[in-house]
Design a protein around this ligand. Sequence first.
Ligand code: NAG
Ligand code: NAG
Ligand code: NAG
Length: 434
Amino acid sequence: MCLCSCSFLGWVAFTLLTAALIVYLSPKGGGPVKFAGVYTQPGRYYWIKVVAFYLLMKIRKWKDARDKSKLKDHTNMDTYDSGYGTKSKNSPEEMDKVQPLSTHYQAIDAVYFNGANKDGFCIVTATARRPHGVINGFFIMTIPGVGTLVTPRFPDSLLFGGTDKVFEAEGLRFEPIVPMKHWKLNYSGELKLADDASKRFKVEFEADWKTTLPYFDYDTMIPPWTMARAIAKEPWSREYFEMLKAAHQTHYEQHGNITGTIKVGDKSYKFDIPSMRDHSYGFKREWKLLHRYMMHAFSTEDGRRFDTINVCQPLTSSHLELGYIYEKDGSLHPVEWLDLPLWNHGENGTLPSDYGFTFKANGKVHYVQVQVLHTIDFHIGWEWEAKITERHCRFVVDGVEGYGVSECHYRYAGGRPAEYAASDPEWVKDVKTH
Ligand SMILES: *[C@@H]1O[C@H](CO)[C@@H](O)[C@H](O)[C@H]1NC(C)=O
Ligand SMILES: *[C@@H]1O[C@H](CO)[C@@H](O)[C@H](O)[C@H]1NC(C)=O
Ligand SMILES: *[C@@H]1O[C@H](CO)[C@@H](O)[C@H](O)[C@H]1NC(C)=O
């Protein structure tokens, strides 16, 4: 009896002392200081918040494991609630296909493919399905001896005439063949030279994206401590948690190979490129919420593959560290932390082209050196609200050479010039676009 209450009191004392110690060790006077006016720093209760959010994610996972039969496929994207430990769908087959759009005017279902190899080929192409058959889409390909070719509307990316059957518009077409294993990619039409828009070519691009590697699901595979550290830096309120839910998109990525041919004029080029692809869907995608991100997706000649992403979306998290690594045996491991502070890397709009960063995954710290070979800018959105820079890069990871793509984003406030809007279909002025 006595032993029992003693140990109870002991626990209470232990818990109180631990909490006091955490508060004592936490940074003082947190709150007002934000780096570059944007990046929130840990406040007084940081570590308590980290533990609380960690437990919240654990509980979400436990509940899902317990209520497995109740797991919904979220076919109604208006009542969508996944992420932070909860899966969006019951199976990979349900994930890796065209998704229904929500009723929000910024509804989203998007696929993206990139890759670069030692021979000098580099590709970045994407289609985001939006309401009214609008596609945010582009195709960029660097071919050795030819240069960098881009879609005719560049630097605009609003395409029209999409369907709810495949990801397609204006000659671009991406179709899932075997879920999480095989996609068919096509582009047929004109491309222009990025450095000299007066040079235009008739192009036929046909490729297979294939893989034997598993996919990385950001809804469930981000380490809970990594997510908790990011969320704990922000000021908490009821509105904050509602925002976290509303702004969340399911996002998964997978590495594989793109093989195929591209015919430019009457010349044909064959390629085999290590590649990263992704698929995102959710209630909405509001580019205006994002302040910045820097993504680096690459593979090294020893057979490892990587992606690291640093995202600043001030209303939800001003520094979210994301990513994963495939080891030589194909095993997949999440990034635990990523040391690439955005405010140290081009915060005022000039991206560095020679720099390095470190990250931890699978129990090891990796050191990455980046050398940017070529960059190209364009815009996404009715108001060009996102400025995207695609960068063809050489990487040296732990001393081993590799190639890949770095995609960087800035919020852009300059608007979409009237000359681009002039060729939009008539109906555009009657629908809600902002
Ligand atoms: C893809 O492109 C190839 C070559 O241009 C063409 O033969 C094929 O019909 C296209 N497939 C689709 C589905 O558009
Ligand atoms: C990519 O292709 C190479 C051969 O070119 C092959 O060895 C490798 O297994 C492929 N990788 C994947 C993920 O399918
Ligand atoms: C940011 O860049 C602009 C020019 O692009 C310059 O006018 C401004 O002073 C810069 N701000 C800082 C903080 O360096």
